[in-house]
Design a protein around this ligand. Structure first.
Ligand code: SF4
Length: 307
């Protein structure tokens, strides 16, 4: 469910304020949407949007989730109001026993996060919100999310370590546009996949962290890893196997709002299924597809000697 109440921020990668005006939908309309989803058999409610918790009736909406016998609530959005301890406690009290909270963090320093979201004090707010939800629902129910823009990239590894220090999961994504317009902010802030993979690996990131970035093509990760350390071939094959299993189980994150196009190599590339065989049309429009090249078959065998 989308709850597009105003977030009061203007993230450098987000074109939503240019595409539509955030607004508070009537509570009755939101609850009716939950009722329809439940009647259709949904057991997990996902409330996302510009900033669901900024809705004036956010607590009533959250309370409607267990009232309708949903088993779980996945809460997304900037979560600014969770920095208020009393409000955070009210949300947790109103939600079903299984509550998962996703909080976005776009820098490991106040300077970077605040610059990305365009608001001073935002970093401190996220850290407060994080501390509150970790304490109230436990770290295993919390995920820190981030986006690999050029400005965020130098601090991604530190964001990952900050998440690890709090014991919470992390989800990194390549940027994606909010519209199909060439004026979308995506075109200014999106680095290439090769820039992201090479930079993170050069900083000492785990291969699994880089390969797990949503929207990252496996061929780019394999090439960047083996260029740096050819002896990591077996590790790369293991990571790709894990990715393929996650894709088979349908648990890899998606979320891009604009269309993907088939990779020119999808019919012959040995990295499908770890790869979806698709790439964002906007990515190809911005960066081209020259870096999307299937690795040689022998690269993918653990011995490196081919099948
Ligand atoms: S299908 Fe294309 S994008 Fe995917 S791994 Fe193969 S070459 Fe890369």
């Amino acid at each position: 469910m989308q709850v597009d109440s105003d977030c009061g921020q203007h993230c450098e990668f987000c074109a939503i304020p240019d595409v539509f005006a955030p607004r508070d939908r009537p509570l009755a309309e939101l609850v009716a949407e939950l009722e329809r989803a439940r009647a259709a058999g949904a057991r997990v409610a996902m409330i996302t949007g510009v900033d669901p918790l900024a809705h004036p009736a956010a607590l009533e909406l959250v309370a409607a989730v267990p009232a309708l016998s949903f088993e779980r609530l996945d809460l997304h959005g900037p979560g600014r109001r969770l920095a208020d301890r009393a409000f955070a406690e009210q949300v947790v009290a109103a939600a079903p026993a299984e509550l998962r909270v996703n909080l976005p963090l776009y820098g490991a320093t106040a300077a970077t996060h605040d610059a990305v979201v365009g608001r001073r004090g935002a970093f401190d707010e996220v850290l407060l919100a994080l501390a509150h939800v970790v304490e109230l629902v436990g770290p295993r129910q919390v995920t820190l999310t981030s986006v690999c823009t050029r400005r965020v990239l130098p601090e991604l590894l530190a964001i990952d370590r900050l998440a690890e220090a709090h014991g919470v999961a992390r989800l990194l994504r390549m940027p994606f546009p909010d519209s199909e317009s060439r004026a979308d902010r995506y075109f200014d802030v999106a680095p290439t996949m090769t820039e992201v993979a090479s930079s993170l690996l050069a900083s000492g990131a785990r291969l699994s962290l880089v390969a797990g970035i949503a929207g990252m093509a496996p061929c780019v990760v394999v090439r960047a890893a083996l260029e740096r350390a050819p002896e990591r071939r077996a590790e790369a094959v293991l990571v790709l196997g894990t990715l393929a299993e996650l894709r088979r189980r349908g648990v890899l994150p998606t979320g891009a709002r604009t269309p993907a196009v088939p990779c020119a190599h999808r019919a012959t590339c040995a990295l499908v299924p770890p790869c979806s065989g698709e790439v964002l049309g906007a990515y190809v429009a911005r960066h081209g597809a020259a870096e999307l090249v299937p690795p040689a078959v022998e690269v993918l065998s653990r011995s490196g000697r081919g099948p």
